[in-house]
Write a new protein. Structure first.
Length: 139
């Protein structure tokens, strides 16, 4: 774990990985509001992905697509490993989900069921993005 990040950041990561996307948003928003660059944009990118997943859970296709896209765009500015997490993995998994949402469209997404770790589409199960430690952080 990267000791430079505040404890609240790691709390937000845990909330994200537990599917508690609204709580993650609240936790990271508090950090984001007080942060300076480059952390400010980084926190905003992560919390936008979380809010996109929250919208998906509420069957809000438009909100999910917009916020996933915005979060990915912000995170894309950062190196592969930043603040102790694998940014590339979060971007790739979020982009894969965004592409699937765009291809499925509003009506299909309304029938999907969001779980803690995956989305049941009726014909398949899609994994949800997770925040994982950067390789250099794994002992």
């Amino acid at each position: 774990m990267n000791q430079e990040e505040p404890e609240e950041f790691w709390q937000g990561v845990e909330q994200f990985n537990q599917g508690q996307f609204y709580a993650c948003h609240d936790t990271l928003e508090a950090l984001w509001m007080e942060a300076t660059e480059p952390e400010k944009t980084f926190y905003q990118g992560v919390l936008q992905v979380a809010v996109g997943l929250y919208h998906l859970g509420n069957k809000n296709w438009h909100g999910a697509v917009i916020l996933l896209g915005e979060g990915i765009k912000r995170l894309d500015r950062y190196p592969s490993a930043y603040s102790g997490i694998d940014v590339d993995e979060l971007i790739i998994s979020s982009a894969d989900l965004l592409k699937t949402l765009q291809q499925a469209g509003v009506e299909k997404v309304r029938t999907w069921q969001l779980g803690k770790d995956a989305i049941a589409t009726g014909t398949s199960t899609l994994p949800l993005p997770k925040i994982v430690p950067a390789e250099s952080e794994i002992l």
